[in-house]
Design a binder for this molecule. Structure first.
Ligand code: HH2
Length: 262
C-alpha cells in the first residue's frame, strides 16, 4: 500500500503532494513502482497534529481520487479518514477501501457507512488522540491490550453489519507508543495474526526507526522500514503501508520467495 498524503504537514512528506497535479503524479509513480493500492489521506495524524475541518479534508482528497482514476481506472484506492462524510465522498469518487485510524470510534456514522458500502476496512489501534498520544503512553501489557482492543473493535464492526472478511487489523505503530511498545508489537505480531484477520503494518519512516538508527530525516529511514516490514511479513502480516514502494516491494518479493522455496 503506497502512501499519498495530500496534506501540508505530514511528518515525512508534508506539502510535497498538496497540489492536485503533484498528488496524481505521485499516485501514478507509487503504482508504477509496484504498489497494489494507494492510501490517500487529507489530514495528518502525526504526533501533535490538529484536526482539519471535514470539508477541507474532503476537498483535498476527492479531486485527487477522481483524477487518478481517470488515468488508472483499475487502481485500488484506500481512503485514510475517520470521518464518514469524507469516506462516503471518497467511495463515491471511486475509492474501494476505508482506512480508519480510530477503528470506527471517530465518527458514529462510520460503521454503518462501511457496512452499507460492503468495502474492506482497516481498524487501527491508537491510544489517545494525535495531539497528545506521544506524551506518556503507558500499558501494562501492550501486546495483549492492543490485541484485545482490536478484537473488540472487530466485534463492534461485525455487530454493525460489516462482514468479517472485510476486516483488516493494524497495531498502529507510533500511535500512542514508545519505542519499546512498537518493538514489542512487531516482535509479537503473531499474537495479532492469531485473531484470524489480515494484518496491516504502518511502520514506514516512523520515528521509532530513527530512534534506533539515529536517522533524524524521515525520508532517509527506508532501510530501517524495510527491516520492520520483512520481519512483519515473516510474522504473518499481509499489507504494508509504505512511502517508498520500490525498496519495500523488492525486499518483500525476496522474503516471500525464500519463504515459499522448497
Ligand atoms: N500511519 C499514518 C497514517 N495512517 N493508517 C494505518 N492504517 N496505519 C498506520 O500506521 C498509519 C495510517 C501516519 O503516517 P503518514 O500518513 O505518513 O503521516 P501523517 O499522519 O503525518 O500524514
Amino acid at each position: 500500500m503506497g502512501v499519498l498524503n495530500v496534506t501540508p504537514d505530514s511528518f515525512s512528506d508534508g506539502g510535497e503532494f498538496f497540489d492536485l497535479h503533484r498528488a496524481v503524479t505521485q499516485a501514478e509513480s507509487l503504482l508504477d513502482e509496484g504498489a497494489q493500492m494507494v492510501d490517500v489521506g487529507g489530514e495528518s495524524t502525526r504526533p501533535g497534529s490538529d484536526p482539519v475541518p471535514p470539508e477541507e479534508e474532503a476537498r483535498r482528497v476527492v479531486p485527487v481520487i477522481r483524477e487518478m482514476l481517470i488515468d488508472r481506472p483499475d487502481a485500488i484506492v484506500s481512503i485514510d479518514t475517520y470521518r464518514a462524510g469524507t469516506a462516503g465522498a471518497a467511495l463515491e469518487a471511486g475509492a474501494r477501501i476505508v482506512n480508519d485510524v480510530t477503528a470506527l470510534r471517530g465518527d458514529p456514522l462510520m460503521a454503518a457507512l462501511v457496512a452499507d458500502a460492503r468495502c474492506p476496512v482497516v481498524l487501527m489501534h491508537m491510544l489517545g488522540e494525535p495531539k497528545t498520544m506521544q506524551r506518556d503512553p503507558r500499558y501494562d501489557d501492550v501486546v495483549r491490550e492492543v490485541r484485545d482492543f482490536l478484537a473488540a473493535r472487530a466485534e463492534h464492526a461485525v455487530a454493525a453489519g460489516v462482514k468479517e472478511e472485510s476486516i483488516i487489523l493494524d497495531p498502529g505503530i507510533g500511535f500512542g507508543k514508545t519505542l519499546e511498545h512498537n518493538l514489542a508489537l512487531l516482535r509479537d505480531l503473531d499474537s495479532l495474526i492469531g485473531l484470524g484477520f489480515p494484518v496491516l503494518v504502518g511502520a514506514s519512516r516512523k520515528s521509532f526507526i530513527g530512534r534506533i538508527t539515529g536517522e533524524e530525516e524521515a525520508r532517509e529511514r527506508v532501510f530501517g522500514t524495510v527491516a520492520a516490514n520483512v520481519i512483519s511479513y515473516e510474522r504473518g502480516a499481509t499489507f504494508f503501508r509504505v512511502h517508498d514502494v520500490r525498496a519495500n516491494r523488492d525486499a518483500l518479493a525476496v522474503a516471500r520467495a525464500i519463504q515459499r522455496a522448497y
